[in-house]
Design a protein around this ligand. Sequence first.
Ligand code: ATP
Length: 308
Amino acid sequence: MTAVTVRVPAKVNLQLAVGPAREDGYHDLVNVFHAVSLFDEVTVTAARPCAEWSLVRLTVDGQPGGDTTGVPRDATNLAARAAHRLAAETGAGTPVNIQLSKRIPVAGGMAGGSADAAGALVACNMLWGTGIDHDDLLALAAELGSDVAFPLVGGTAVGTGRGEILTPVSSPGRYHWVFALSSVGLSTADVFAEYDRLRPHAPEPSGDTALMSALASAEAHALGETLSNDLEPAALSLRPDLRATLEAGREAGALAAVVSGSGPTCAFLARDGAGAARVAAALRESRHCERAVTAHGDVPGATVVRGS
Ligand code: ATP
């Protein structure tokens, strides 16, 4: 095998409950991840080593509608870090080109960098034939970042701890989403710092049983009533303009509107596919949204789409 392409999904949080800052600076979370059909593609190809790089050469491009501004082109890229980590762990690394084809918004609260890291883990693992199994990959992913394990499994899952301890949730419904994208990202660290400032005595986070019942019912209305994000006030404090974006989507008929993760992407749950198209069109026409895309969820995690 000389080339592997893996497709990896973005996530939206159905619930994001954030506890107080821990000694190590992280926060305990109850993070209900939901994988949606906005995908990056990660292609890993066997390469010849050269003087400038030893293990990973990285290239980044945008799929139609994808913006790559702000994506690091060096070893700090999460996909490159994932490949280096897997090589160090297994001793199996040989030189590779990693090509990222991005559609997931950058610094948009949809975990695009983590998705790329997950894709690189799966592709390099296959290309290098390391022999390590899915559970070992999940453990490596969790070490790389709080959001890296989820795109390996996809679907809907509850993340506890820093968000990296995953418990899959059965979600029989198919939900239609609209995402309002912003060209200027929000730093996750800045949003958590603002959260600590606004809510210095946050309680321990706990799961929402109403959300679990809504998911079991497969009813979009019921799900809409239970979406929640503790980071939303912090994201809105840093980006007050997002209030108008959320309102524009509600006025256009969205069942629910919520900031996605640490923002600035705003997520809108629609009644059905036609409803999502209407909300997206209304957002595009409003003055309060730079770009709107539709997607559905949940979808599977990292999937090999080509291998040769
Ligand atoms: P999360 O939802 O996990 O908090 P996010 O969706 O807000 O993350 P990302 O798109 O993952 O944000 O990017 C956050 C930062 O990570 C970027 O500003 C960029 O500097 C860096 N980064 C590293 N690798 C990547 C990558 N492969 N794609 C995008 N950004 C990356």
